[in-house]
Write a protein that binds this ligand. Structure first.
Ligand code: AMP
Ligand code: MG
Length: 340
């Protein structure tokens, strides 16, 4: 209850569109995260108001907890009936299934029962027993999530199965916002949905956008700046959502093999890519798959850049983004370049 009161207060504080230095700005809370939208130019304000509506609309489709959402319906009718969904929900689930295949199951939206057992989608977070984890893991199976493009339907084969789009929905939303910005002729914009940043064009002064990459070991610090245009910069990290029990930290990115928060030494993964949904899915995936498999994926797909930070003070930067990433002077990580 307190959480909702806080959210309402924040929404009241942030409501409306402000204009500063010819830049329209909207701050809002949706999709369980703070969102900041900035766009320049005549149509900036109009585009952002449209974008705000669009994000709220998508949240109502994708939220696993809003009872009228399409995801809620898919989960509720698991093993009972197929659910007809909107094009957005269908496209997103279709994409999520694709990334499950590409990542050999590291990314799997049928992880929901396990995420729920850890309490990440509940009011109270907790450590489930090994037995409970094993039981929930048996429900994780992308092949039992059926989609039918012609009829735009989705069906879960087992009644205890469910899906959770938390690892890809924000990136998808950023793609939709970018479409709105484009449609309105906005040539300079930056949007941030939690750790998911997406930029349109260059800054109003004609220079590239400078996006800081957070230091996973220090919430005040950043490991470097990415100089980018027309791209998404999306980070997944162990520090973003976690709880502590008996002095141990448990974070929200679940290894689909163990049913537990990943323990492969990775603290954060930043993906740079022109497609937000892809960047979002891949940042979560590489966190799960680990450095070696993540690097193989990077070589194979050849259409994104990445920065991986480990708990042994190493920072790995893929060679394609080496030139656009300015590492902070005081950084204490040993730097490695991932090569083709
Ligand atoms: P992100 O912050 O984009 O890395 O997404 C993390 C969220 O994705 C979690 O809060 C869960 O809702 C969901 N999630 C956790 N583990 C996985 C996984 N292995 N595959 C797909 N989604 C996951
Ligand atoms: Mg993600």
């Amino acid at each position: 209850m307190r959480k909702y009161i806080l959210v309402i207060i924040i929404c009241i504080l942030f409501c409306g569109c402000q204009i500063k230095n010819d830049m329209a700005e909207i701050q809002m809370f949706a999709m369980d995260t703070f969102i900041d939208l900035k766009a320049q130019g005549e149509n900036g304000e109009k585009a952002l108001l449209e974008a705000e509506k669009e994000i709220n609309r998508l949240e109502k489709l994708f939220s696993p907890t809003i009872e009228q959402s399409e995801i809620f319906a898919i989960n509720q009718y698991a093993a009972k009936q197929t659910v007809t969904v909107s094009k957005d929900t269908f496209d997103l689930i279709e994409k999520a299934k694709e990334y499950c295949n590409i990542t050999e199951g590291a990314f799997d939206i049928t992880i929901a029962p396990v995420v729920k057992a850890w309490g990440f989608t509940e009011e109270v977070k907790r450590v489930p027993s090994d037995e409970e984890i094993q039981q929930k893991l048996q429900l994780v199976d992308n092949n039992k999530l059926h989609i039918d493009k012609q009829n735009s339907t989705v069906y879960l084969e087992n009644e205890n199965m469910s899906i959770d789009l938390g690892g890809i929905a924000k990136g998808y939303a950023s793609n939709k916002v970018n479409e709105i910005l484009k449609k309105n002729g906005v040539s300079s914009a930056v949007i941030s949905l939690g750790g998911n940043v997406s930029v349109t064009g260059k800054r109003p002064d004609g220079t590239k956008w400078r996006i800081a990459v957070q230091d996973p070991m220090n919430s005040e610090g950043y490991v470097g700046i990415l100089n980018v245009e027309d791209t998404s910069v999306i980070t997944s990290g162990v520090y973003q959502r976690f709880f502590e029990q008996n002095g141990k930290k448990y974070h929200h990115i679940i290894d689909t093999k163990t049913g537990k928060p990943t323990q492969n030494g990775l603290l954060s993964v930043t993906i740079v890519c022109d497609n937000g949904a892809m960047a979002d899915a891949l940042s979560t995936s590489v966190m799960v798959a680990g450095l070696q498999k993540g690097s193989e994926l990077w070589r194979k797909l050849d259409n994104f850049g990445m920065i991986v930070i480990t708990d042994s003070n190493e920072m790995y930067i893929s060679e394609d983004i080496e030139d656009i990433f300015e590492v902070s002077d005081d950084v204490e990580y040993t730097i490695h370049i991932i090569q083709k």
